[in-house]
Design a protein around this ligand. Structure first.
Ligand code: GYE
Length: 327
């Protein structure tokens, strides 16, 4: 091969290499990206209950409907696994969007910086993290503090007129924003009517742990007027424990939970749960829409709160509401 041909060949090779490298760093489809251009790496917490199942279904079904590519990573409720999964997506040249549903509020600094360096678009979903606002385009999720406030207000209403207002709290994963913030909000409004949170302990969002923790507390005392489960599953565990201790749930002891899953509607229809505060798991359409907008260069608000309601055992329309729900 002549000298000139060698130089031309090398220039072509270098051009291809540089453009490939640049491609993995830039939104190569911008400003006309379509959903079909998105390759989304989703870091899911795990499969800990009804809310999570509905949330996972939302991401998988919506990805298919929109025609985007979804790479799903199950962190199995293990923070180290979730951070490792995040790094895998940073290093995956096909992935241009990373969606993080963080198990805990801390532990993200290095991988978030690596993602920015690699030119990935990062969207926070479901739960928030501490700081690092410059490293994600937006957070789409509930106002957990307000969910806690709603639960506190409703517990005040349920205990109105009660001589004693001792309430026990079943907490989600320690370090999760949903657990931290719901606890803050609940105490803000519960204290306004004289509620005392006399016991509070993690039950890891689960039925089994919710039952075990409540059983242990009941062995110490039955002087409790209300139980606040930070999610439905933990409240279901408390209901089982109360029944086995000879107490009538929702009557002897008032119960409030968060999520408003199908199980909560059934518990209210069975007369064992007084109130459930909704937390919407069907976040995927908003998340994918935000990712596409960011890929096309739009600037988004740092937080897009989801809209939510409250549901009551005493609602005469409860059955028809339950029949009309997706999860
Ligand atoms: O309340 C709980 C799940 O992050 C809002 O996580 C979600 C919470 C939800 O385990 O059931």
């Amino acid at each position: 091969m002549s000298h000139l041909k060698k130089i031309v060949f090398l220039v072509i090779v270098l051009t291809v290499l540089v453009s490939c490298k640049a491609g993995s760093k830039e939104k190569s489809c911008a400003p006309n990206c379509q959903y079909s251009d998105l390759v989304v790496g989703l870091l899911q917490t795990g499969s800990e209950g009804g809310w999570r199942a509905a949330n996972t279904a939302s991401f998988k079904e919506t990805a298919e409907q929109l025609g985007l590519t979804l790479k799903f990573y199950d962190s199995q409720n293990d923070l180290a696994k979730q951070v490792a999964g995040f790094q895998q997506f940073v290093e995956d040249p096909e992935v241009n969007v990373i969606v993080l549903q963080p198990l805990e509020v801390t532990g993200w600094e290095q991988v978030m910086k690596d993602a920015q360096e690699a030119g990935k678009t990062v969207v926070l979903s479901d739960r928030r993290i501490d700081g690092l606002e410059d490293y994600y385009v937006t957070f789409i999720g509930a106002d957990f503090v307000e969910e806690g406030r709603k639960a506190g207000r409703e517990m005040c209403a349920l205990l109105d007129g009660s001589e004693s207002k001792k309430v026990w709290e079943l907490v989600g994963n320690v370090g999760a924003s949903a657990a931290i913030d719901r606890g803050v909000g609940f105490r803000e409004t519960a204290k306004e009517c004289g509620i005392e949170v006399t016991k509070s302990q993690t039950a890891n969002w689960s039925v089994v742990d919710g039952k075990q923790v409540t059983e242990a507390w009941l062995k110490e005392t039955k002087d409790v007027q209300g139980i606040f489960g930070q999610n439905d599953e933990m409240a279901f565990g408390a209901i089982e424990a109360l029944k086995e201790a000879g107490l009538t749930p929702a009557v002897d002891v008032k119960l409030i939970s968060v999520d408003a899953t199908a199980g909560a509607f059934q518990a209210m229809l069975d007369g064992t749960l007084n109130v459930t505060v909704e937390c919407n798991p069907l976040l995927a359409p908003q998340v994918y829409e935000a990712a596409l907008a960011a890929m096309n260069g739009e600037t988004l608000p740092k937080w897009i709160p989801s809209e939510e309601s409250i549901f009551f055992m005493d609602d005469p329309n409860l059955q028809s509401i339950a029949d009309g729900r997706k999860y």
